[in-house]
Design a protein around this ligand. Structure first.
Ligand code: PHE
Length: 368
């Protein structure tokens, strides 16, 4: 092979060795073997040679062309198999990797607390029932011994529905379910009623315009204040620890007589006084009392034969106390991290506790 051709061959082969991808291959092919490529240029020079020299040079050029084509094909095959290898590597699935955890979600602390309270009362013989959130003012107030235009109504900053015919409220407490329950069944009655409640209220760290309550009602022959105290003290101890002390003080609610509020000694400081209990050593938990004879009469119960007691407590407040939540607005902030923001140690029990009270309690709706 003449000097120029062997230079051409050497340069072409070393350039081919540098090529690493399909685009490079195509470029090389164009430059060397294409219509305007080096080899074609060399072929053009044949015309100027005499017959013998042309034949000899022609053979050489053909040999070179073949050599380059073979080299091209083998480089192309090598590059394609490299590309395939690296693709296979990138797309491979490592079956030994641990699986991805599906996001299964968890119970909202309010749901969890409602179940916990219902369960405690289920063991004390109480059924869980639910009722409407949009409620006749008759049940929210009148039947509960709070007549129209009576100043006691002002205690509940009620949201009213705009209607001309009957007065309708977003229930400001779960107490109307006392009325509905008693209208539907004869004594003995033992129910707890969890549910949403609404008040026209400015929001801050301890107030929400909508929140949850759990109502309790027990009616039977010869039920006394002792039953009320014993049952609620037992509840407080199951919820906040066996060592809890309870304190009852006089309070006023139109639908009970006498009325009380119940406090527990502060679970955070054991009653010595801290920020949470505002240094009083006590934390108010709920309102309660003996069902007013007027209410018994309103639902058609014989107030001489039957007595009973009722209580109402805020669910958010229970969760805030038990799990040290500082701001009530977090409950409805839609922040999914909220489930872990509740103190980690306790949050675990809170969220893993999904035992349904369904086994012990018939849950039925008293909606009309
Ligand atoms: N319904 C009352 C409230 O919302 C609480 C309560 C219920 C008090 C039952 C006594 C008896 O404030």
């Amino acid at each position: 092979m003449s000097g120029i051709l062997s230079d051409l061959s050497r340069d072409a082969l070393s350039a081919l060795a540098q090529v690493t991808d399909e685009a490079g291959l195509a470029g090389w092919h164009r430059e060397m073997l294409g219509r305007k490529g080096s080899l074609t240029e060399a072929l053009k020079g044949l015309a100027e040679l005499d017959a013998d020299a042309r034949r000899a040079r022609g053979r050489e050029l053909n040999a070179l062309k073949q050599e380059l084509e073979v080299a091209f094909e083998s480089r192309q095959a090598a590059i394609q198999s490299e590309l395939l290898d690296s693709r296979l590597l990138a797309e491979s699935i490592d079956v030994s990797l641990p699986g991805r955890k599906p996001a299964v979600g968890s119970l909202h602390p309010i749901t969890s607390m409602i179940r916990e309270v219902s369960e405690i009362f289920a063991h004390l013989g109480f059924q869980t029932v639910e009722g409407p959130e949009v409620e006749l003012a008759e049940y929210s107030f009148d039947m509960l011994n709070i007549p129209k235009d009576h100043p006691a109504r002002d205690v509940w900053d009620t949201i009213f529905i705009d209607t001309d015919q009957v007065e309708i409220t977003l229930r400001p407490h779960t107490s109307p379910m006392q009325v509905r329950t008693m209208l539907q069944q004869e004594p003995p009655v033992r129910v707890v009623v969890p549910g949403r409640t609404y008040r026209y209220e400015a929001q801050d760290a301890t107030h929400e315009w909508h929140f949850h309550q759990i109502e309790g009602l027990a009616i039977d022959r010869a039920i006394t204040m002792t039953d009320l105290k014993g049952t609620l003290a037992e509840f407080a101890r199951q919820m906040f620890g066996a060592e809890r002390k309870v304190r009852f003080r006089c309070d006023f609610f139109p639908f009970v007589e006498p009325g009380v509020d119940m406090s527990i000694d502060c679970p955070f400081c054991g009653g010595r006084g801290c920020r949470t209990c505002k240094n009083s050593g006590w934390i108010e938990l709920l309102g309660a009392g003996m069902v007013h004879p007027n209410v018994l009469a309103n639902v058609g119960y014989d107030a001489d034969a039957y007595t009973g007691w009722a209580f109402g407590m805020g669910v958010e407040r229970l969760v805030m106390l038990k799990y040290n939540v500082q701001d009530i607005r977090q409950f409805y902030g839609n922040d999914l991290r909220y489930s872990v923001a509740v103190r980690p140690g306790t949050a675990l029990t809170l969220f893993l506790r999904t035992i349904d009270c369904g086994g012990g309690v018939a849950r039925r709706s008293l909606e009309e």
